[in-house]
Design a protein around this ligand. Structure first.
Ligand SMILES: Cc1ncc(COP(=O)(O)O)c(C=O)c1O
Length: 463
């Protein structure tokens, strides 16, 4: 690719999203979606590429992308291949800008330059943590200064903290989180204690990494409150890992008040894999924040750097307007989808817990479009390995796709006379627009049959 291109590409403005390029490669205006709400049959068509044999109750891991958005993505890819040079010089940058502007409005950011598009939340975390790492190695932070994170931080993010912070001399403090959880207050208390530990011995807390929705177990974290506490306690910067957020919870970055905030767009926002946004507060957007893949745009600000990390397929980042069109076909748009998913996942979670004689892992207002449901204790899920084996068993034998979580009973809880005493495993169920009640009924009945047949995880020979 030409490293000497000038920066005229911004003026190649047009009104398309690749969703209607004619045979000359011109981009007409996007088709307006029809005013009548999408029908059940149309939803089925949009997701007809899903394996019909599988009860897919796991939108949380990889998300989903409707056919109309996949078609728009293909048009972008063909547009690039049709005349790559024209695409690169005239179309890529303004089209990325349009996606960023859409996200900026959705998350209530002040400025489009606060929004960068990156591959995924993992990449976004690397950007933030690399920034912290430099501060250690260049002597802006003292060795031993702390980074605080939640015990349930995502595994890849924990590794990133290890790679960028621990190696650079930072001290990592983990805030344990209760699970099952019954109130935000339990989380707030543990977080406060972790900050106290972080500040002991004269250390400074340089960064707090807070999930908006933890992955496993899945819990909605009071992120605004925790950010406020960080401010009161003099924490330098707050990074919110909100990989699951946009499309499943309201995102208002100004209201939350963190310095950095990332959400995948391919999980709950219907983009194809893979794309995420990273918000960085205006005063920081132009600071020493860089994409880990260095290319020609190095030094031109994170949004520009992220907009060209070498020759590759950028189509997943370009379909954001088509995603908006897709969502506008649903009553209430993104908010309507969000609310119905939440209501339905709670309803289904309660249905399962009632049938299995267990309980939810959190109250409904501490979950979004995913909820944890206790599994009958007699299934014998005693280790993380059992949980993984049981998940594979459900997939292979019953075509049910659902993540399984193992949770050891806390000290003293074994004797308690409540449902927690026997529950050592949970399923994390998701609800997205393509789900139907039969997906959950299938799961319910499989578990009930296993219980009835005296199944126990020790019978599984999966390695
Ligand atoms: C809380 C959390 N953070 C980060 C990630 C990483 O997302 P990705 O693999 O898209 O980078 C995930 C993925 O599930 C997650 O749940």
């Amino acid at each position: 690719m030409d490293p000497h291109r000038d920066h005229h590409a911004e003026n190649g403005s047009h009104d398309g999203d690749g969703s209607g390029d004619d045979s000359n490669g011109r981009l007409p205006k996007r088709r307006r979606p029809s005013p009548s709400p999408i029908s059940v049959a149309e939803i089925r068509d949009e997701f007809s590429h899903h394996d019909p044999a599988v009860a897919r109750i796991n939108n949380g891991s990889f998300g989903s992308c409707p056919a109309s958005v996949l078609a728009a993505q293909l048009r972008w890819q063909r547009l690039f291949l049709r005349q790559p040079d024209d695409f690169y010089f005239n179309r890529l940058r303004p089209s990325l800008l349009r996606s960023r502007a859409t996200i900026k409005d959705l998350i209530n950011a002040d400025d489009v330059d606060e929004v960068s598009l990156v591959d995924n939340a993992t990449t976004a975390a690397s950007i933030v943590l690399q920034h912290v790492s430099w501060a250690f190695t260049e002597g802006h932070f003292n060795k031993g200064d702390a980074v605080v994170m939640l015990h349930y931080a995502y595994g890849a993010i924990k590794k990133s903290i290890q790679a960028y912070v621990t190696r650079a001399g930072g001290h990592v403090i983990v805030a344990p989180l209760p699970f099952p959880v019954t109130s935000n207050e339990e989380i707030v208390q543990e977080f406060r204690k972790a900050l106290e530990r972080g500040k002991s011995n004269g250390r400074k807390v340089r960064l707090a990494v807070i999930d908006h929705i933890t992955s496993m177990p899945s819990v909605l974290i009071p992120v605004k409150e925790l950010t406020k506490i960080c401010r009161e306690e003099g924490v330098d910067k707050v990074f919110v890992d909100a990989a699951h957020a946009i499309g499943s919870v309201d995102v208002d970055v100004k209201d939350i008040g963190a310095d950095f905030y990332t959400s995948n767009l391919h999980k709950w926002f219907f983009c194809p894999p893979s794309v995420a946004f990273l918000y960085s507060k205006k005063c920081l957007a132009s600071s020493d924040l860089h994409h880990p893949v260095v290319s020609h745009e190095y030094g031109n600000g994170l949004p520009m750097e992220s907009g060209w990390i070498g020759t590759r397929d950028y189509s997943a980042q370009l379909v954001v307007p088509s995603v908006m069109d897709f969502m506008s076909r649903f009553e209430g748009g993104i908010e309507g989808i969000r609310k119905r998913n939440h209501d339905k996942v709670v309803e289904m979670g309660k249905l399962l817990a009632k049938s299995w004689g267990t309980c939810l892992g959190s109250p409904p207002d501490m979950c979004t479009s995913m909820i944890m449901v206790g599994l009958p204790g007699c299934l014998g899920i005693s280790t993380e390995k059992d949980a993984l084996k049981f998940r594979s068993f459900l997939r292979d034998q019953f075509h049910v796709e659902v993540p399984v979580y193992h949770q050891s009973p806390k000290d003293g809880e074994n004797d308690a006379l409540d449902w927690r005493s026997s529950v050592t495993g949970y399923v994390r169920i998701s609800h997205q627009v393509y789900n139907v009640e039969d997906d959950y009924i299938k799961l319910r009945d499989v578990i009930n049959k296993l219980v009835h047949d005296g199944f126990n995880c020790t019978m599984l020979s999966y390695s």
